[in-house]
Design a protein around this ligand. Sequence first.
Ligand SMILES: Nc1nc2c(c(=O)[nH]1)N[C@H]1C(S)=C(S)[C@@H](COP(=O)(O)OP(=O)(O)OC[C@H]3O[C@@H](n4cnc5c(N)ncnc54)[C@H](O)[C@@H]3O)O[C@H]1N2
Ligand code: MOO
Length: 377
Amino acid sequence: MDWSAARHLPHSSVAPLPVVTPRTNDALGATLATPLTARLAHPPHDTAAMDGYAVTGQAPWQVVDRVMAGQVPRGPLGAGQAVEIATGAMVPDGTDSVLPYEHATRSGDVVKGTVPSGRHVRRSGEEVPAGTELAPVGTRVTPTVLALAASAGHDTIAVHPRPRVAVVVTGDELVHEGIPGSGRIRDAIGPMMPGLVTWMGAELTGVDHVPDTGDALRSALAAEADVVVTTGASSVGARDQLPRVLTELSAELLVNGVACRPGHPQLLARLGDRHVVGMPGNPLAALVAAVTLLDPLVRALAARPIAPLAEAAVSGEVTSHERMTRLVPVEVEAGWASPVGRDRPGMIWGAALADALAVVPPGWDGRRVGLLPLPPR
Ligand SMILES: Nc1nc2c(c(=O)[nH]1)N[C@H]1C(S)=C(S)[C@@H](COP(=O)(O)OP(=O)(O)OC[C@H]3O[C@@H](n4cnc5c(N)ncnc54)[C@H](O)[C@@H]3O)O[C@H]1N2
Ligand code: MOO
């Protein structure tokens, strides 16, 4: 399948996860499924914007009370009266303005000073009338959206949750610490995935290492998750079990091979209510599959749109392939993309020094490239 078609496929073929209503504070990273509206006005009552005196009528004023934050004034303010007041405290009915301490002269219970009418009083609903739509459906719940939801009175919010992603690393040759012995290599993809999955906005349920057998892969695919990502075992070798196991499980193959370099043997399959992303074992090829299929899948499940590609002019040597889209690790600076090299499929070195993967389609005109961002360096 064409690279761009593969990247866009999750948005036409995969429905968002069902709506849930977690406690507001637990909804970080999810996507609003209903518009966020103000359940209360902001400010909720007339409040002082400065520490000083709430006053009404002409100076001098008689100080009759004191209202600190969270307290309710005992009664309305009459002409010639003042109450000492804290920023954010509720002003008494009848308050005209707040005279800041800096502009006030007090002797005993009498205060003097000048303040224009209406100054330093925030009126109820002046910033947000109750019922206002604050954020539309599809908004990602960021830390500031959480703050907004809480201040608007929401104890729970309706969201599409962050997809749960389980990572399954195959490869009998892999070791996870020390210097590998003959025939063995260090696992590079297992360490890459947690940060990548979290950066994409999904929730990692775990990274499992399984032997290269059909049985092990089959039971790993049953992980409790919305998406199971496998690495390795995707090609046509004697121990490359994934295509066979998916056929045995009657999985529906949505993408089976993508016309890109590296990362050709990547796949996307539906298995009941879960999805499987099969990533090649070569580490750069795995990264390509993660940004080509996994990131759009996570977004589709989370009801978020696919990210539009930024563009850059190219400085340095980049060649296109006659049939395949090439994905080339580049540094990006001031609108220019420069290849960093060290980009053979088995090497993760170049990608580790890159800001993005440049998208070089077949028949590229040699001018601008699309950029798939990598996690910030
Ligand atoms: N006859 C063919 N052979 C291959 C083809 C093909 O079309 N016909 N495609 C090649 C391409 S392209 C790729 S990419 C790989 C994909 O292979 P698999 O996904 O089956 O992965 P493995 O065979 O298990 O491993 C490939 C390579 O990557 C190393 N590897 C695996 N896992 C890790 C890891 N977690 N960390 C670091 N390195 C890893 C592994 O040792 C192999 O060197 O197939 C080609 N072959
Ligand atoms: O897809 Mo493979 O990455 O070219 O080695």
